[in-house]
Design a protein. Structure first.
Length: 452
């Protein structure tokens, strides 16, 4: 399953999502300020969307609309008749949705209509530059137009038998404006804490129950995995070296992150930006400190595409509250991205946790930093780790102290503190291999008992 589209998909940013009946993670893909012009002009985001949707055999959910409403609103203010614009919009979306629905299993997701900025009146609005708050009276014309647009697209979906995922009636006040308590900190998107409203609508419209990672119980010895572990354990002699060899071969995460990665990020950024400039026929070559914004070298869409491309290359999640306007050079943008990239989990973090001595003051902070990242391991890393636990524990008894430790850290991140405490206490038992003997057990026990 894929959920793709404009920034309204930030609602799904709180942990990985999987269907209840399988463990295949739902792919979330942000494609920028999507509207019909992207498809008419063969914009790279639209081309990517069509390619990805054509390859997907399961459901494909598209969030589109908020930037189309901005576009229509701008054209109405310039003197064009609203009825003619909505009729043209109907024809365009009939063609677009027919193409996306060629192989079936296509659904439209209605997102919140943003009102904090108008992309067509503020050249750098896509950078989320701070502007004043709008009053209720200023919001209503845009909200009312969004409701008319949503009705037009709903009619198309009914005609083409395309399911509609629309939780907004449960989230808005009588005037159609989203209730304040459901807004994220940026006041422009639905807070990801309320993603369940979308999951409920997906279940109602598509018959699929989606579960966020945070709601998944960790059954270490599930019935399906244990028989596989028992069978493999007959042929594999497990020690910590065997574990790390298998674990690191299966993991698709960096070995380590250091200044070489910052250099690589800068090199990739300069390639991306120079290509955009050369594609326009310009021969300008920029350096690391060139002001690509105020010198007019990149417009707001170029900035957004550059940011998205580099994050895709680095497999980083999108930060929807970033102010790109002030990250106006390669050095500034690279330094910002590297700060977040450095927070990614690496193979070195597992080694630091395994080999480090918490009782040595020079190592303590490094161990805490690495183990905080281990605690936040994503669903795929946890699945690989959990599978190896089963493989190495044919008698349903975990035999390694570091396994108890990492399971405890993972449970603490899920706020299952009682389970975390049980696991961390087991990590120091003398009858297991590599028991945790240093002071970190007491450190975490004190920390988690306070959170009960």
């Amino acid at each position: 399953m894929i959920i793709a589209g404009d920034s309204n998909i930030s609602t799904f940013s709180r942990g990985c999502i999987i269907p209840e009946k399988n463990n295949e993670e739902v792919k979330i893909s942000w494609l920028g300020p999507l509207n019909s012009s992207f498809f008419i002009d063969n914009h790279p985001s639209a081309i990517k969307l069509i390619e990805v949707f054509n390859l997907e055999q399961d459901w494909k959910i598209l969030s589109i609309g908020t930037f189309e409403v901005f576009k229509i609103f701008h054209e109405i203010k310039s003197g064009k008749p609203k009825e003619a614009l909505l009729l043209e919009t109907s024809h365009l979306y009939t063609r677009i949705f027919s193409q996306l629905n060629t192989k079936g299993k296509f659904a439209w997701m209605v997102g919140m209509q943003q009102i904090k900025y108008d992309i067509y009146e503020n050249a750098l609005a896509i950078s989320l530059k701070k502007i004043r708050e709008y009053s209720r009276e200023e919001k209503l014309p845009l909200i009312n137009l969004a409701n008319e647009f949503n009705q037009v697209i709903s009619n198309i979906c009914h005609k083409l038998s395309i399911p509609i995922i629309n939780p907004l009636p449960k989230l808005v006040a009588q005037d159609g404006i989203l209730k304040e308590e459901y807004l994220s900190e940026d006041k422009m998107h639905i807070n990801s804490l309320y993603d369940q409203f979308y999951y409920d609508e997906i279940k109602k419209s598509l018959g699929i129950t989606l579960i966020r990672k945070g709601f998944i119980e960790s059954d270490i010895f599930g019935s399906d995995g244990h028989s596989l572990g028992s069978e493999m354990a007959k042929y594999v002699k497990f020690d910590n070296k065997t574990f790390f060899n298998m674990f690191f071969k299966a993991l698709n995460i960096p070995e380590l992150i250091d200044q070489r990665n910052l250099v690589s990020i800068k090199q990739e950024l300069i390639k991306i930006i120079n290509k955009k400039i050369s594609d326009r026929g310009d021969s300008i070559q920029i350096d690391m400190d060139t002001d690509v914004v105020n010198d007019g070298l990149l417009d707001s869409f170029d900035l957004l595409e550059t940011y998205t491309e580099i994050l895709d290359l680095l497999d980083l999640k999108i930060d929807f509250q970033i102010n790109l306007y002030y990250l106006n050079s390669i050095n500034k943008l690279a330094d910002y991205i590297f700060k977040y990239y450095g927070q990614k989990l690496t193979k070195r973090d597992f080694f630091v946790s395994f080999q480090g001595n918490f009782d040595i003051p020079e190592q303590k902070d490094l161990i805490i930093e690495s183990e905080s990242k281990i605690a936040k391991m994503d669903f795929l890393v946890f699945q690989i780790f959990n599978s190896l636990i089963k493989v190495s524990s044919p008698n349903k008894k975990i035999e390694f102290g570091f396994m108890f430790l990492w399971l405890a850290l993972h449970q603490s991140e899920l706020k299952n503190y009682r389970k975390a405490i049980q696991l961390i206490q087991s990590s120091r038992e003398v009858n297991i291999m590599n028991p945790i003997k240093d002071g970190r057990v007491n450190y975490y026990l004190q920390k988690w008992f306070k959170l009960l």
